[in-house]
Design a protein around this ligand. Sequence first.
Ligand SMILES: [Mn+2]
Length: 197
Amino acid sequence: MTTRSASVARNTLETQIEVSINLDGSGQFNAETGVPFLDHMMDQIARHGLFDLSVKANGDLHIDAHHTVEDVGITIGQALKKALGDKKGVVRYGHAYVPLDEALSRVVLDLSGRPGLEFDVTFTRDKIGEFDVDLFYEFFQGLVNHAGITLHIDNLKGRNAHHIAETIFKAFGRALRMAVSLDQRALEQLPSTKGAL
Ligand SMILES: [Mn+2]
């Protein structure tokens, strides 16, 4: 089996970011972004997606974490698109429900080639530690725009904000793993009647 992987470096005046991803990995993760809670969440994507993921970011954290979190999402999106290549043989759709104690989230996605995010999540507090929870939307919006995926994220239940966040990222990892996995019955096909994704 060929390994689907990619590395992307993205540099602006606000952030310098390097992402490497291997879609056919084993869940190896390392990150140095200066935003520990983001690292904790991306670890969930790698672990539950069985991706090898490396993220290095040097951002303007003296302002706040906004640029870094958004730009990490953008760069992961670019790496994902590059690693997927022509998408031949992929399952295309993925979904997962993940609970954590009282919290329950559902993620459904399509490697459609069209950016789209539906994000229905209400956090019970504004911050998790030092992390502003409204940055989760920015992370996924950046990722979706540059990966070209349709992504529906719904938190169905939850009281604890850390639990809510964790179920979202675990479910995203699981759903993405399903969508990028290869359909052994259709390895030479593109799962689209249009002939393009
Ligand atoms: Mn945790």
